[in-house]
Design a protein around this ligand. Structure first.
Ligand SMILES: Nc1ncnc2c1ncn2[C@@H]1O[C@H](COP(=O)(O)OP(=O)(O)OP(=O)(O)O)[C@@H](O)[C@H]1O
Ligand SMILES: [Mg+2]
Length: 271
């Protein structure tokens, strides 16, 4: 088993000093290196809050995040930024590309801001652009791309630092079904070929069913954390012997299995 990449322990987040909103309560889980997981839940359930905490974009009110063995609880803002930069890539619903700049400039931008030279960044940029099928578009203005291409550039930018973990918040929320499928196929490919771990926030169960593990958040709590037996179509899947669904399998087009993955998952409160 791969090492624990991310350890989330008793994470809680309350927003506001006067009018308080409890957005997250006692969320605990471990993510191993190379896992391909999704976070699902209704609007307002706390998905983005959770992603922002594990991505060190925000600090928890309770609990702690340990990233690749680094306990971030007592880390300074600068130390958290360094850890984020070293281990995490982000992809959001809106690509946040700089419209006045070319594809290449957008991909180089975080490295440039960090003070790295174009000459040092360029080989990696060309590598990731090729990986994402964007070769030939380097000089094109970001504004002149299709929605799907823009999101692929945003993914390329997120991969520049070879992150061990890619966090995506509704990455296809703005895309049509064809581009949505393309992005998920790309994520799978990156997971397989680079070993990048993924945590993908979505409220689309059909998307979640294409991931290997589903964490469901409800009212700020981790309602369930299940293994999903998604098998990719392809030679490996064809070699798989025929068998009926086993306990814990998620049969396509059905709801995720309800078997808890870890003992840290609390049962939903009885009403
Ligand atoms: N900065 C903030 N200040 C105050 N309350 C907030 C803030 N951010 C989120 N919340 C509240 O915390 C709760 C969880 O919000 P969050 O954005 O995590 O939900 P979500 O599951 O990502 O929803 P969506 O699917 O709509 O994106 C909501 O009640 C929301 O209103
Ligand atoms: Mg959200």
């Amino acid at each position: 088993m791969a090492d624990v990449l991310l350890h989330a322990e008793d994470l809680g987040k309350t927003y506001g000093a006067v009018a308080k909103t409890v957005a997250l309560t006692a969320v605990s889980f471990d993510l191993q290196g190379g896992e391909f997981a999704s976070i699902i839940g209704q609007s307002g359930s706390g998905k983005s809050t959770l992603l922002n905490l594990i991505g060190l974009l925000d600090t928890p009110t309770t609990g702690r995040v340990v990233l690749n063995g680094h306990d971030t609880a007592a880390a300074s803002r600068k130390q958290r930024a360094t850890l984020r930069n070293d281990f995490i890539g982000f992809v959001f619903q809106f690509h946040y590309l700089l419209p006045e700049f070319s594809v290449l400039e957008n991909v180089l931008m975080p490295g440039r801001i960090a003070g790295v030279s174009v000459a040092d960044l360029r080989p990696r940029a060309e590598e990731v652009l090729a990986l994402l099928g964007l070769e030939g578009l380097e000089g094109k203005g970001a504004n002149d791309l299709s929605g799907g291409q823009k999101q692929r550039v945003a993914i390329a930018r997120a991969l520049m630092n070879r992150p061990a973990l890619l966090l995506a918040d509704e990455p296809t929320g703005n895309l049509d079904t064809v581009n949505t499928k393309a992005v998920y196929e790309l994520f799978r490919k990156l997971n397989r070929e680079l070993g990048t771990a993924f945590m993908i926030v979505t409220h689309d169960r059909s998307v979640a069913q294409q991931t290997d593990r589903i964490l469901e958040v409800q009212d700020g709590r981790l309602l369930q954390d299940v293994r999903n037996s998604y098998i990719e179509a392809g030679p490996a899947a064809e070699a798989e012997p025929e068998r009926g669904p086993a306990a814990g399998d998620v049969v396509p087009d059905e709801e995720p299995a309800l078997e808890p993955e870890t003992s840290s998952v609390e049962p939903p409160p009885s009403v």
